[in-house]
Design a protein around this ligand. Structure first.
Ligand SMILES: [Zn+2]
Ligand SMILES: [Zn+2]
Length: 269
């Protein structure tokens, strides 16, 4: 099984957009022989080349909400997913599926939307089958002004969830029940709370309520209080240590820019 996660950016929020102290290119998720790009923020095309990945292989595009660190490079990523845009008669080739919040669509040109085979406006609770995976929208509590969803892939051999940006809430744990690997957007360390995102101390009880226990947890999308312009030091290692001590999860990995993680290393199969 060659399924893999590639971190094209472990940073989240505007300070990392501005400084690129941590990159903001999103995540490549390779499953069942195809490539999905989730949340291509600023620099996604730069990072995909920098880390020797092939943008031409992407055929599933996912934008969980319209914030720039999730949305900004989507048009460039769609256009980069093919070597030729059109034939000699200027008939444009169609390729790929875009899963996206309804309210993001107005910011993508018809020119780029027409390059896709299918555009699927998506929200929590929606389901879509693609290439052997059942894809389910999960709930987020993030910005009151825009739509958003997390996403879960149920495959034959395992299940993986991506929280996207969210706070914790009643039902957070239950919607990831049966997930083997969770990709958690952990903007802030320890008890540094935020009304838009979660922090380590808040999320630990919710991680421990996921049944059965996760095989693997990947923390990513670190904000500026975690590591960067507004933090005295990189808090990521201490958060990994705390999560290992206070949860029942066997494998906990902190994302780094360019890190490639084999699914088979995390899942008991
Ligand atoms: Zn974000
Ligand atoms: Zn956001």
């Amino acid at each position: 099984m060659g399924d893999e996660i590639v971190i094209l950016g472990s940073g989240g929020g505007r300070h990392h957009i501005r400084t690129q102290h941590r990159a903001t290119g999103g995540i490549l998720y390779k499953f069942n022989g195809i490539q999905a790009h989730i949340d291509p923020g600023p620099g996604a095309t730069v990072r995909i080349n920098q880390y020797n990945e092939d943008p031409g292989k992407t055929e599933l595009f996912i934008v969980t909400h319209v914030h720039l660190d999730h949305f900004n490079d989507i048009s460039a990523i769609i256009e980069s997913s093919r070597e030729s845009l059109h034939d000699k008669n200027y008939h444009y080739f169609k390729k790929g599926v875009l899963i996206i919040t309804q309210d993001s669509l107005q910011y993508i040109s018809d020119y780029h939307l027409n390059m896709l085979n299918k555009v699927i406006p998506f929200k929590a609770g929606d389901r879509f089958n693609y290439n052997g995976a059942e894809i389910i929208g999960t709930k987020v509590v993030h910005s009151p002004n825009i739509e958003g969803f997390g996403i879960r892939f149920n495959l034959r051999d395992y299940s993986i969830g991506f929280t996207s940006d969210t706070m914790v809430f009643d039902g957070f744990s239950e919607q990831f029940s049966g997930v083997n690997i969770l990709i958690l957007n952990l903007l802030r360390p320890d008890s540094v709370t935020c009304r838009r995102h979660l922090c380590t101390d808040e999320v630990i009880p919710y991680l421990n309520k996921i049944e059965p226990p996760l095989d693997g947890l990947i923390i990513t999308h670190f904000g500026s209080f975690m590591d960067g312009p507004r933090s005295e030091r990189n808090h990521v290692p201490s958060q990994v240590k705390k999560l290992k001590e206070q949860t029942n999860i066997r494998n906990i990995i902190a994302a780094e820019d360019g890190l490639k993680i084999k699914i088979s290393d995390l899942v008991n199969m």
